[in-house]
Design a protein around this ligand. Structure first.
Ligand code: OGA
Ligand code: NI
Length: 307
């Protein structure tokens, strides 16, 4: 039976308005298996191939998903549960821990603090493993980034809740943006909605929910460290008419006084520094200020430091 006999022709969209066929959607952010890291005696070949995959993903997409990452599923489930418990509370209760300049963090359900601390510690471990792979993929020493995170990082966890939206085609859960920090490690639930701007053609690509995977993206700081080799890529979140969605990003950020600048080892006469150095803590404080108050100040961006 042809399509015209199944549905009223009035519903058929002109070709340019039809949803993209699967073949296009199949070109999605890479899925990378981290199991070589867990091996007792790491196989050099497998490790080398892993580093190559990470480098390719950072260059082509700025985003990838990881599986066999070593983070216990029960801990992720506990984190997801306290997040749901928090958002299910009465507005007045939630307001008690509202963020402001002097109180950027808050806890409310009884186990929340402990679970956030445990989960944050696991994210930090995974984040360092990923940074090591990224360093190797850039031809740097494995622990090249480690020092930037010693003595008190500014990393944090965010809990996102996107309620169902009656006009999902007119609104967005989070508008397009780039993450300002070093690395983001995101747990998204099975609903899906995160879209990444594909570098090859600028199309918005949905990142398919993969059970127990984490979505990783390089932030602005890695873009600067790598002197634009690994760009921080725009992303946004679609909402859903029927289903609410939860996501939990971990933002891995260096110490407050880190001076962010292209790494010397990557520079040469043919690859001059594209950025002037900036202080991460000051940069981030300016971003947060404009986020909290919607002041009429332009949001600070790394391109303001371009040479
Ligand atoms: C963010 C973000 C994506 C998501 O919080 O910066 O991009 O899927 N979240 O919620
Ligand atoms: Ni983001």
């Amino acid at each position: 039976m042809g399509a015209l006999e199944v549905i009223d022709p009035a519903f058929i969209q002109a070709p340019e308005h039809r949803p993209k066929p699967e073949s296009v959607q199949a070109n999605n952010v890479p899925l990378i298996d981290l199991s070589p890291l867990a091996a007792q005696e790491p196989d050099p070949g497998a490790l080398e191939s892993l580093v190559a995959q990470i480098g390719q993903a950072c260059k082509d997409w700025g985003f990838f998903q990881v599986i066999n990452h070593g983070v216990a599923l029960h801990l992720r489930e506990k984190m997801e549960l306290v997040s749901k418990q928090f958002f299910a509370m009465q507005k007045d209760e939630k307001k008690k821990v509202a963020r402001d300049e002097v109180k950027p963090l808050g806890y409310n359900p009884p186990q929340m603090k402990e679970v956030c601390q445990q989960y944050g510690a696991e994210m930090e471990k995974l984040g360092h493993k990923l940074l090591e792979l990224i360093a190797l993929s850039l031809g740097l020493e494995r622990d090249r980034f480690k020092g930037f995170f010693e003595g008190g990082t500014t990393s944090f966890i965010r809990l996102n809740h996107y309620p169902p939206c009656p006009v999902p085609d007119l609104a967005l859960g989070v508008g397009r943006h780039k993450d300002a920090g070093a690395l983001t490690v995101l747990a998204q639930d099975e609903v899906g909605g995160l879209q990444v701007k594909r570098k090859s053609d600028g199309e918005w690509i949905l990142v398919h929910p993969t059970p127990n995977a984490y979505i990783v993206n390089v932030g602005d700081i890695i873009q600067v460290w790598s002197n634009d080799k690994y760009e921080s890529v725009e992303h946004r979140v679609k909402v859903n008419a029927e289903r609410e969605r939860f996501s939990i990003p971990y933002f891995m950020n260096p110490t407050h006084d880190t001076k962010v600048e292209p790494l010397d080892e990557l520079l040469s006469s043919r690859n001059a520094a594209k950025y002037r150095a900036y202080c991460w803590g000051e940069f981030f404080a300016t971003r947060k200020l404009s986020n909290f108050k919607k002041l009429h100040v332009e949001n600070v961006q790394i391109y303001h430091y371009k040479n």
